[in-house]
Write a protein that binds this ligand. Structure first.
Ligand SMILES: [Zn+2]
Length: 399
């Protein structure tokens, strides 16, 4: 006899009495099978319930719940002897987790309906995970505006607080129902419908065996995080219920902190950040021009102080300034420059030659690193590298 599924009748039932009907196994782990259960077993993309089974004074945690092909629900308990076959037990379902998955699941139905309405996008599959929920839809791409529109439509139905019905219609009733998707089973088809009774228009009807809210307002809120291309389809990420509320509130805290840093209101963060970005770019450009001017002046001074044919040798305080001076000196006819910048840990060095010079910069640097360690390389015209600290650059270059 398959296990009687109490959650089908009442998804809000969190405590129940039952009898142990068998000991079983699932994935080689020992399980307890009951004659009836309010625990939802993992199925249809929805995670299993958690909670506890009590036998007299003893309480055993329910770590996982699975269902087999015969319809037997297996409860995987924490370590210890399983309650005896025939024993009376009482079950307690983790209410917060159940309510969350009810919200996620009902939210998923509404989101699939909304994506169909807004973008004619059929849901191929969905997954309600421990930390993330997704709906894969049969379109190659979806505009952000369509996602926002679908999200708004879902939240509108949530606000309307419509009744959610779950039942097993007979064949005639089933044939007349405009199901959003075809059932995966041939008989005993359970339908979950949002609206559609007592003069309320039917919003969505689909075959489903999961746990759902009994009214749409219990979802609380649904937020669509975004969409990405996935195997020729589009994967939409969403959140709902207490999880969405927690995520959104956490994001508000971060947004407020960012706004405080930028000295603006939370809604002005994007323009304030954009201004900051433009300021940084302008500053970077100004600094670059300044460095070039300083480098040009420094290069002229070095050339004047160190007449040809000797190499132009210098130790500078800044790596970027050193590179800029090297670039200036590469235009000096017949000269080559051996520059270093001391950053405390060692020497960053650049060797560069001007037109008409036959000095081999790469060979020179290679010889230095061979003799003293460090690394670097380049071409005959220009080479760059690092040497260990404690070396005297003037001695190395004039010795
Ligand atoms: Zn469902």
């Amino acid at each position: 006899m398959p296990t009687t599924l109490l959650y089908h009748r009442d998804p809000l039932l969190l405590t129940f009495d039952a009898q142990v009907s068998a000991h079983g196994t699932h994935d080689r782990r020992a399980t307890v099978v009951l004659d009836q259960t309010a625990f939802y077993p993992e199925a249809g993309g929805q995670m299993a319930d958690r909670g506890a089974l009590r036998v007299g004074e003893v309480e055993r945690r329910v770590l996982d719940v699975q269902v087999d092909e015969a319809g037997l629900v297996h409860h995987l308990l924490d370590d210890g002897a399983p309650p005896a076959v025939g024993a009376a037990v009482s079950g307690v379902v983790d209410g917060a987790r159940r309510r969350l998955f009810m919200a996620l699941h009902t939210g998923q139905h509404l989101l699939s309906h909304a994506l169909l309405t807004v973008a004619r996008a059929d849901t191929a599959s969905s997954r309600l995970g421990e930390s993330a929920c997704t709906v894969d839809i049969d379109v190659p791409a979806l505009a952000d505006s369509a996602l926002r529109e679908a999200e708004a439509l879902v939240n509108q139905v949530i606000d309307e607080d419509l009744a959610v019905h779950a039942w097993f219609p007979d064949e005639r009733e089933l044939a007349a129902l405009p199901l959003r998707r075809r059932p995966k089973v041939a008989d005993n088809i359970r339908v979950v419908a949002i609206g559609g009774r007592d003069g309320v228009p039917l919003i969505d009807a689909s075959p489903c065996g999961g746990t759902h809210c009994t009214r749409t307002a219990q979802i609380g809120v649904l937020s669509v995080a975004g969409a990405e291309k996935y195997k020729g389809k589009t994967r939409v990420s969403f959140s709902a219920g207490a999880r969405a509320r927690r995520e959104l509130l956490d994001q508000v805290v971060l947004l407020r902190a960012l706004a405080a840093q930028l000295s603006c209101g939370p809604l002005d963060v994007v323009p304030a950040f954009d201004k900051l970005r433009r300021d940084v770019l302008a500053l970077r450009e100004g600094t670059k021009q300044l460095v070039e001017q300083v480098a040009a002046a420094a290069a002229s001074e070095l050339v004047a102080a160190q007449p040809a044919p000797a190499p132009i040798v210098a130790v500078l305080g800044d790596k970027e300034l050193m590179r800029a001076i090297a670039a200036q000196l590469m235009s000096r006819e017949g000269r080559h420059a051996l520059l270093a910048a001391n950053d405390g840990d060692g020497l960053h060095v650049v060797c560069a030659r001007g037109p008409g010079s036959s000095f081999d910069c790469a060979a020179f640097l290679k010889e230095l690193t061979r003799a003293h360690g460090g690394k670097g390389g380049g071409k005959p015209e220009r080479a760059e590298g690092r040497l260990p600290g404690g070396l005297d650059w003037h001695k190395l270059t004039t010795g």
